[in-house]
Design a protein around this ligand. Structure first.
Ligand code: HEM
Ligand code: HEM
Length: 175
């Protein structure tokens, strides 16, 4: 029989990201954010008025290439965290609001980012781009709340799932 854990730290297992995983997640999240924010800054504040309209700063395309690269890594990182971190944290009912919002934002960013490649209509593309970067900028605040939160796991008798027939069946007890 598996011994019943006595403290939250024993239960959380790989939910607390091991160092290598934690630094990889920081690197990819910060890289995605910074390259997206730099693209925005260069696009709106570093372009020049030329003879035939606005001329983009040459660095803008570098930020775009790097952002696309980091965003592939971000999709991969979400998959990497899925079972050990996201599902485990969710089942423990711990940091669900900030974590769930982060996952939701990542999914919307992936869908809108993908759409930016293929939307033909100029007007739709503009609105999709605004939604994409507005959610992207806001995601930093959610990430910081999630990361720096001092929350503790909910009481065990809340059970891992909201539905009553699963009450008392904690993931650790089911092992
Ligand atoms: C429903 C989704 C999620 C839930 C329920 C969740 C839950 C948690 C919990 C409970 C902790 C505290 C772990 C501990 O101190 O042992 C935590 C920390 C953390 N989470 Fe999440 N999380 C979710 C999604 C995410 C996502 C998508 C990311 C990445 C973008 C992320 C990144 C982090 C980071 C960087 C920490 C701090 C790690 C550390 O200090 O070791 N989480 N999360
Ligand atoms: C999971 C996270 C993200 C994914 C998967 C993602 C994906 C993408 C993709 C595929 C593009 C199109 C690139 C191109 O046209 O070559 C894009 C563009 C862009 N992204 Fe993201 N992105 C993410 C997060 C962010 C964040 C956090 C920000 C804000 C800081 C951001 C800001 C932008 C901007 C400003 C553009 C250019 C919009 C335009 O072309 O008008 N993205 N993103």
């Amino acid at each position: 029989m598996t011994p019943t854990p006595t403290s939250a730290s024993e239960e959380r297992g790989p939910l607390r990201l091991p160092r290598i995983r934690r630094y990889t997640v920081y690197f990819i999240s910060i890289g995605t954010f910074v390259t997206g924010a730099l693209w925005l800054y260069y696009h709106y504040f570093m372009r020049k008025q030329g003879q035939f309209g606005f001329q983009n700063n040459p660095l803008e395309s570098l930020w775009q290439i790097l952002h696309a690269g980091f965003s592939f890594a971000a999709v991969w990182a979400l998959g990497w965290l899925w079972t050990t971190h996201v599902m485990r944290g969710w089942n423990m009912r711990w940091r669900r609001w900030s974590g769930g919002t982060l996952v939701g934002a990542s999914i919307v960013l992936t869908v809108t980012g993908y759409a930016l490649y293929y939307i033909g209509s100029r007007q739709w593309r503009e609105w999709t781009a605004i939604a994409h970067w507005a959610i992207g900028l806001a995601a930093l605040a959610v990430f910081l709340i999630h990361w720096l939160s001092k929350s503790l796991p909910h009481q065990r008798d809340h059970g891992p799932y909201p539905w009553p027939w699963h009450r008392k069946r904690h993931p650790v007890e089911r092992r």
